[in-house]
Design a protein around this ligand. Structure first.
Ligand SMILES: Nc1nc2c(ncn2[C@@H]2O[C@H](COP(=O)(O)OP(=O)(O)OP(=O)(O)O)[C@@H](O)[C@H]2O)c(=O)[nH]1
Length: 562
């Protein structure tokens, strides 16, 4: 890797509301600069994870170095990808710390949405240069003028600074690159200074161990250097450095101002702390300000379907949390489900994505319990303030058709599927973002679910008093549908303390898998019995009632529908 003078380096991110075209623009930037070949197969190169491709969302930030010649000068443009969904704003702020500027993409049809505002403020507070880009101008209903006015009104950026593009068709994408060079300042640092490298992301590779993504705020780094982590004080020898294009490409050195990766024999989950500063052995520097650690908003228990899989799941969890340090993990155990963990996630989508990655990347099949949100309990009979569901705080007209509303909500009300409900209510027009506003007193009770009198710990829930009856009834009905009939009658009850508030009865039934194969075909009979036994492995016994793992998941996910 040639040493690029710091003045010809630009480190930037693309930020946008979900689906406004961030990944498409990133792909186009990589294509027109020849970083990747222009083929359909390369669609959304930066969305690397299988789950990202399937869901069409970015979960994990990926970076790419772009070489670009502008007016005879060679530039090194480091693009740091960021996730767009509301659950992942923590990752956005992390990526931004390695940047001096951002491209703020807004859909020409949808205009400013909730994450446009949230992301704008993340960049604004980090004092980054902001390049507003209006995307999808090729759409029939595109109204870039209106969106430019919104941007001027909300963000105080003059309309003429907006670049109108179609990332899909490539229109004006080159202009965006020029703006990046003109508007975003080069990083302020010096290769002659001692090494100061910020770890802004890290991934785990089965063969090579921890790969830390680093931004160099000073000095240079190469293979053989002895480095120290400011956070753990541990010493390492650098095995490999390189740039991301977007796959890892080893280089001889990395210099101040550059963004790249480092492999240095870090094996443990805790060694590549995101936000850590690395420096040369015996040349300590003032560490860069670290990051606030991500604050989990949704908690759930996780258990292996089969307890013999405990150790495998444990190691999968360790590896996956290294790639996603915003998940918190604590050991836990449950009577029905055995040894497991209590995990904290940034939101429900985050939880689902994590679960899907465990299944796809680690071939793990797990039981997840009801997602809950953190409560602070005061153990006394003090008077409780009546819960206020939502309190309006602020209202601002973005233009004649759009209004931004700020509410104070109990987290429990929004965390599970408020987002989906809001989307369908508004036919997809409304968008939503949230931040923590602290704890508030509320009239909450614990509701248990009983199967033939035995409490199902995993289904116990803390709930607002007003909603207990409806939710209890709903859960019992759900369970009745989800649990297969068994040899005896099953009473499904919801209870507050000793008081039963809802009940469903599941009639007895004998499931005979071999009933339909007549005669003596023994192999077929064995096959069916084996399948039944395998099916049973996916069952959990509560008292004498067998509950399929799927029933848990189906019931738990929609627990707060009511
Ligand atoms: N018509 C049109 N569609 C576009 C354009 N740019 C992106 N799209 C489409 O908009 C959808 C969302 O684009 P993405 O690039 O995946 O959006 P994103 O912002 O990266 O989404 P996240 O990764 O979830 O944050 C895709 O179906 C794209 O094909 C454009 O310029 N014109």
């Amino acid at each position: 890797m040639l040493m690029y003078p710091v003045e010809s380096i630009r480190n930037f991110s693309i930020i946008a509301h979900v689906d406004h075209g961030k990944s498409t623009l990133a792909d186009r930037l990589l294509e027109i600069t020849g970083t990747i070949a222009k083929t359909d197969r390369n669609k959304q190169v930066l969305d690397k994870l299988q789950v990202e491709r399937e869901r069409g969302i970015t979960v994990k930030a990926q970076s790419a170095s772009i070489f670009y010649n502008h007016e005879g000068v060679n530039y090194l443009l480091n693009l740091i990808d960021t996730p767009g969904h509301v659950d992942f704003s923590y990752e956005v702020s992390r990526s931004l710390s390695a940047c001096q500027g951002v491209i703020l993409v807004v859909d020409a049809n949808e205009g400013i949405q909730a994450q446009t505002v949230a992301n704008f403020y993340l960049a604004f507070e980090a004092q980054l240069a902001i390049i507003p880009v209006i995307n999808k101008i090729d759409l029939k209903n595109a109204d870039p003028e209106r969106v430019e006015k919104q941007i001027e009104k909300l963000f105080d950026i003059p309309t003429e600074e907006c670049v109108r593009i179609s990332a899909k068709q490539g229109t004006n994408v080159e202009k965006v690159l020029q703006k990046v060079i003109e508007k975003i300042p080069p990083p302020q640092c010096n290769t002659a200074d001692p090494l100061k490298a910020l770890v802004f992301d890290s991934t785990f590779d089965h063969y090579r161990g921890v790969i830390a993504n680093i931004a160099l705020f000073g000095g240079e780094i190469e293979k053989g250097h002895k480095i120290v982590s400011a956070h753990t004080k541990k010493r390492y020898e650098v095995n490999e450095v390189g740039i991301l294009t977007p796959n890892e490409q080893p280089t001889h050195k990395l210099y101040a101002g550059q963004v790249g990766y480092l492999i240095a024999g870090m094996k443990e989950v805790t060694e590549a702390q995101i936000g850590d500063t690395l420096f040369l052995y015996k040349q300590p520097v003032e560490p860069l300000p670290g990051f606030k650690s991500a604050k989990p908003m949704v908690f759930a228990g996780m258990y292996p379907v089969d307890q013999t899989e405990y150790n495998n799941l444990k190691s999968a969890l360790e590896r996956l949390t290294l790639n996603d340090s915003s998940v918190t993990v604590h050991r836990d155990s449950s009577l029905a489900l055995g040894a497991g963990w209590r995990l904290g996630f940034l939101g429900l989508l985050h939880m689902e994505v994590f679960n899907q990655r465990l299944e796809q990347e680690y071939n793990m099949s797990v039981i997840l319990t009801a997602p809950t949100v953190p409560y602070k309990a005061i153990l006394s009979s003090a008077k409780l303030i009546k819960d206020r569901r939502a309190v309006q705080k602020d209202m601002l007209y973005i233009d004649e058709r759009r209004v931004m509303l700020k509410y104070l909500f109990p987290l429990n009300e929004i965390v599970v599927d408020f987002y989906d409900a809001l989307k369908s209510l508004s036919s997809g027009y409304a968008s939503f973002d949230y931040e923590d506003a602290g704890y508030q007193a509320a009239d909450l009770i614990k509701m248990d679910i009983l199967l033939n009198g035995n409490p199902v710990e995993e289904l116990s829930t803390i709930i607002h008093n007003d909603k207990a009856y409806a939710t209890g009834k709903f859960l019992c009905e759900r369970l009745k549908d989800a649990i297969p009939r068994q040899l005896f009658e099953i009473a499904i009850q919801a209870a507050i303390g000793k008081k039963i508030i809802a009940r469903e009865t599941l009639k007895a039934y004998r499931k005979n898998v071999v009933a339909k194969c007549y005669g003596g075909d023994i192999t077929r009979r064995m096959k069916l019995l084996k399948r039944q036994a395998e099916g049973k492995k996916l069952m959990r016994k509560i008292g004498n009632v067998e509950v399929p793992r799927d029933a848990f998941i189906r019931v738990l996910k929609r627990q707060t529908d009511k």
